[in-house]
Write a protein that binds this ligand. Structure first.
Ligand code: B12
Ligand code: SF4
Ligand code: SF4
Length: 285
């Protein structure tokens, strides 16, 4: 281990591979449940995040000195950004109106599309100029939707820092169709399991959507696309424990996906089968 990053990657690999860490330290044996180990993990994660922020800050200071515009080449820091004109929201709205009219949606899907999704700008104390879609690499454990442990709500602090460094405001909106926007912005492609895949990081990513007062410049806005890998593959369909994945659309039945695996306390379960089994993720696991 040369530095904090190496330690962070090591701990991350332990968690991802469901390995346990035991430690013998100054005459005492610590098990994975010990607060000491939890504390060490938290300190490493924080330190790693601080190191990453330092790198992002100095890259931005350099660009500012050179008089360059908003930086979107942040992928080496584990983040990809798209800054899009506000008008894309109208197109997203039109798409979902068509989508709802043309497909037999079940009650859950209708609820998401008609009641939870919003297609307007969130109230903000600045003048909105553009929409931001951010995709960042996450660990498998962080890539979950359980609201109890969802660290995505509120967005990613590094994304916030990138915009703050440039003097721009950012407001997070959770209820825009995030996968759809990431795919259309050119950052991701759909898998048959209805999950968005990023070419560089597979599906263990998080997506954040924001409005900003930063201007947009060059951008990609395309139709929805699926991964080439799905053309001759149906592994996720075959292995899904609840049979939630549609064989003819890139759509899942959310009524039986995670809710179909209810836990004793009534919260929904975690399931990674369709991502674990996916050949497009093989290199990341
Ligand atoms: C509700 C919800 C759920 C529901 C329903 C999910 C679903 N896929 O329907 C439940 C609780 C089941 C769930 C589960 C999970 N979720 Co969830 N969820 C959401 C939420 C809030 C809305 C998504 C949704 O229901 N959209 C409605 C449907 C209709 O839209 P859609 O899936 O984009 O549908 C498109 C495709 O079907 C496509 N399509 C249809 N036919 C065809 C044909 C072709 C050829 C193509 C290309 C496309 C295509 O068109 C539709 C519109 O574009 C989003 C956050 C957000 N605001 O977007 C997170 C979100 C999608 N969830 C996320 C995650 C991580 C998960 C889980 C992995 C969590 C876990 N394992 O514990 C699982 C994955 C299950 C799965 N296989 O999708 C991430 C996804 C990250 C990623 N890499 O894609 C999101 C984006 C949250 C976030 N910000 O990180 N989730
Ligand atoms: S398992 Fe196969 S069909 Fe399913 S998302 Fe991955 S590549 Fe596509
Ligand atoms: S998360 Fe699990 S239950 Fe849901 S579609 Fe994927 S494999 Fe099926």
């Amino acid at each position: 281990m040369r530095n904090v990053k190496d330690w962070y990657i090591f701990i991350d690999a332990l968690v991802v591979n469901k390995k346990k860490l035991y430690m013998y330290l100054e005459g005492r044996f610590y098990t994975p449940d010990d607060a000491l180990l939890t504390g060490i993990k938290a300190i490493l994660a924080e330190e790693h995040s601080r190191e990453l922020s330092k790198k992002i800050n100095s890259a931005h200071r350099k660009r500012q000195k050179e008089g360059k515009g908003m930086c979107k080449e942040t992928s080496k820091y584990g983040i990809k950004l798209a800054v899009l004109p506000l008008s894309v929201l109208e197109e997203v709205k039109a798409y979902f109106q068509r989508f709802a009219a043309e497909n037999q949606l079940n009650e859950y899907q209708k609820w998401i599309v008609n009641q939870r999704y919003v297609f307007a700008l969130p109230a903000a104390n600045f003048s909105p100029q553009a929409i931001v879609v951010a995709v960042w690499k996450s660990t498998k454990e962080e890539a979950i939707a359980n609201p109890k442990i969802d660290r995505n709500l509120g967005g990613n602090s590094d994304v916030r820092r990138i915009f703050a460094n440039e003097g721009f405001a950012l407001k997070y909106e959770h209820w825009w169709p995030q996968k759809h926007m990431a795919v259309r912005a050119g950052l991701c492609e759909y898998g048959r399991n209805s999950i968005a895949y990023c070419a560089d990081w597979g599906s263990f990513i998080r997506i954040g959507t924001y409005v900003t007062d930063a201007p947009f410049d060059n951008y990609t806005w395309r139709d929805v696309v699926s991964m080439d890998a799905c053309a001759a593959c149906s592994k996720c369909i075959e292995n899904c424990p609840t049979k939630a994945i549609s064989p003819d659309k890139f759509l899942i039945n959310p009524e039986i996906c995670l809710p179909g695996m209810k836990t004793d306390d009534g919260s929904h379960n975690e399931c990674y089968v369709c991502q674990d089994i996916c050949p497009a993720n093989a290199v990341w696991l």
